[in-house]
Design a protein around this ligand. Structure first.
Ligand SMILES: *[C@@H]1O[C@H](CO)[C@@H](O)[C@H](O)[C@H]1NC(C)=O
Ligand SMILES: *[C@@H]1O[C@H](CO)[C@@H](O)[C@H](O)[C@H]1NC(C)=O
Ligand SMILES: *[C@@H]1O[C@H](CO)[C@@H](O)[C@H](O)[C@H]1NC(C)=O
Length: 530
């Protein structure tokens, strides 16, 4: 899962980079692994700055002053199986044809076929494990086929339609053609979110923005905005109004329900549903489920959220149950990335570094802890233990979402199926593993009910059911597990400082190159003569 953003400013004299940076701050929660901006100046040149880390660390003032031009795109990366080991930050860039850069949120599931196609049929070199690089090259190959020195909107829509016919999976993208404009498109199931908005300037000219979440558009005064439809594409040329096109026929509209459960900001409205509202409703439904399943159990004395996402639901849950709500855990906001020196053991679990329990709120009470979800179970187990150490009598654990029993394959890299605590286990077995007196899960029908809107009544819920919206993806899941295992080996090697008997070659399948890019990459063009 990632954050994407694109802006075209009407005024050619104004650089867009500062606004992209500001926008990135509103999307930082969608990915803190790497950040990148590419802008296009008036000679059609591209300027780039990308690197590993948070937006504020990558986009320093000095670097930003080199990003020239009134249009640009941005990307915030969440580590996924294909990208976490390499330092390949997005946007990706290909120089031929026309100079295209692209930011992708999502995950393609027929990536091995795409890799073969690019290699054997159109002979394009792919240098990373990232499916976003595949997507960009499939698009570039389609554009190449026109064999024209300049393309128009019609050509671009045709190439997009063909691209979308070749790829399968989840994708919301913004791309930029040097000197031409910005393109946005969304997969035919609308799994990942993308919105477009406009802002009218004092002189009646209009600026346009594409963004993953409505919160950026609102904050930047893009008052009129809407979600792109499944399978829809838009081109915003450097001058004039955007042109929309239904590039491929929409399939079942099924946004990823995880956006509401956990991922999106509460103040965003996605596909017509306020994320905050959906979380309130999750709290109400959860309270009903708890009342049903807790008959015969001890009374709950207090509801305590696991910060931060679950707060909204936990509060509503306490109101619906008529039980006091207390903030029993305090989060340390300043824990960011922790640096682990080679050979240094982690002394404290990451949960205990982030959260601190207040004895006064736990002592002698039966507590109901509320979290958004339970993934591997390791965090929940630690939290339950902390509640008991703080003096809780009984610890009940409620999850706003149903048991996660399967891989997430559309861009939220949870864990291998077998590493999920919900895989092939009953709720009782899960309770035992995490050490709770009882675990209560939201029912899937209830969760779906909480997120429905006038526009959407189905969701991508494969993590709960194993039935994915794009079909059976067993081959892809195997490939994903292979890549994860490979990344794990590289990580172990790096953590050990190369001292644990591995050699670099042993970490990597033959044919791959280890990524030795600079920490921050400003390599396309940063001359400053504009
Ligand atoms: C990827 O999947 C789609 C949909 O199943 C299929 O039409 C397309 O041919 C596949 N692409 C390749 C390169 O095999
Ligand atoms: C591409 O266009 C050029 C110039 O119009 C022409 O000379 C060339 O033969 C074309 N190539 C193909 C493969 O059609
Ligand atoms: C699921 O669990 C049962 C016993 O608890 C075991 O026999 C079975 O092999 C497991 N299935 C998988 C796919 O791991």
């Amino acid at each position: 899962m990632c954050g994407i953003l694109g802006i075209v400013l009407a005024n050619k004299q104004v650089n867009v980079a500062p606004e992209l940076f500001e926008g990135a701050m509103f999307l930082q929660h969608r990915g803190q692994d790497a950040a990148g901006i590419v802008t296009s100046g008036n000679k059609g040149r591209l300027y780039q700055c990308k690197g590993n880390g948070m937006a504020r660390d990558v986009f320093t003032q000095k670097r930003m002053s080199n990003l020239v031009g009134n249009m640009g795109i941005c990307h915030l990366r969440y580590p996924t199986a294909g990208s976490s080991a390499s330092s390949e930050a997005q946007p990706f860039y290909v120089n031929s044809p026309y100079g295209i850069s692209l930011s992708h949120n999502g995950n393609l599931v027929n990536s091995s076929e795409l890799r073969n196609y690019l290699d054997e049929e159109v002979h394009r070199h792919i240098n990373t494990d990232s499916d976003s690089e595949l997507l960009l090259n499939v698009f570039a190959a389609e554009l190449d086929k026109f064999n024209k020195s300049r393309v128009n909107n019609g050509d671009l829509f045709t190439a997009l339609a063909k691209t979308m016919g070749r790829i399968r999976g989840a994708y919301a993208c913004v791309a930029m053609l040097a000197g031409y404009g910005i393109i946005g498109f969304r997969d035919p199931n609308g799994i990942r979110p993308l919105l477009i908005g406009e802002r009218v300037n004092q002189d009646e000219t209009k600026d346009f923005m594409l963004a993953s979440e409505s919160v950026v558009l609102k904050a930047h005064g893009f008052k009129k905005f809407r979600d792109l439809k499944p399978g829809e594409a838009v081109i915003i040329k450097k001058t004039g109004e955007p042109e929309f096109n239904q590039a491929v026929s929409p399939k079942i509209f099924a946004p990823d329900i995880f956006e509401y459960v956990y991922f999106a900001r509460p103040d965003s409205v996605l596909d017509g549903k306020s994320v905050y509202r959906s979380r309130i409703e999750m709290g109400m439904k959860l309270a009903k489920k708890i009342q049903k399943t807790m008959q015969g159990e001890d009374e709950i004395d207090v509801v305590i959220p696991v910060p931060d996402t679950a707060r909204t639901s936990a509060f509503q849950c306490s109101v619906s149950l008529g039980v006091p709500y207390r903030e029993g855990f305090v989060k340390n906001r300043y824990i960011g990335r922790t640096f682990i020196m080679p050979n240094q053991q982690e002394r404290r679990s990451s949960v205990r570094r982030k959260l601190n329990a207040m004895d006064s709120e736990f002592e002698g009470r039966n507590v109901l802890l509320v979290d958004d979800s339970i993934v591997r179970g390791t965090t929940s187990k630690e939290i339950v233990a902390m509640a008991r150490e703080a003096g809780a009598k009984k610890v009940f654990f409620a999850s706003c979402s149903p048991p996660i029993r399967f891989n997430h394959i559309y861009g939220i890299d949870l864990a291998d199926t077998k590493a999920l605590v919900g895989f092939n286990r009953s709720v009782e077995e899960i309770s035992q593993i995490i050490g709770a007196d009882k675990v209560i899960y939201q029912d899937l029908e209830d969760l779906v009910e909480c997120c429905k809107t006038g526009q959407v009544d189905e969701f991508e819920v494969g993590v709960f059911t194993g039935n994915y919206i794009t079909g059976v993806e067993d081959d892809y899941i195997q490939e994903l597990e292979k890549i994860r295992a490979q990344n794990q080996r590289i990580e172990e090697f790096q953590k050990s400082g190369g001292q644990n008997g591995f050699s670099v070659d042993a970490c990597i399948d033959q044919g791959d190159l280890i990524d030795v890019k600079a920490d921050v990459d400003i390599s396309i063009y940063n001359g400053g003569d504009h």
